[in-house]
Design a protein around this ligand. Sequence first.
Ligand code: FES
Length: 87
Amino acid sequence: MCKKKQELTIPVTNPLDKRPPILKKNLDRNLCVCNEVLKMDIINAIVNGATTVEEVKEQTYATDGNGCCTQQVERLIECLCWPETQE
Ligand code: FES
């Protein structure tokens, strides 16, 4: 590789590295066990524009059982939509 090309190389970083641990664990497991919705599918809904529990429910059916995962979904929304409020 020529020297000039090496200088242009941008280090690869995972954007999740700076996010809270809640966003990195168990991505391939059901966060909503009532409706068998993967945590990754909920994160994708939020990243693609869902900013409320209702919007996540409309897109994924998470929280549409007895609502037992609502707090977890709210936490994901907080982490992804308002990361500057994280401590
Ligand atoms: S686990 Fe999601 S509604 Fe029960």
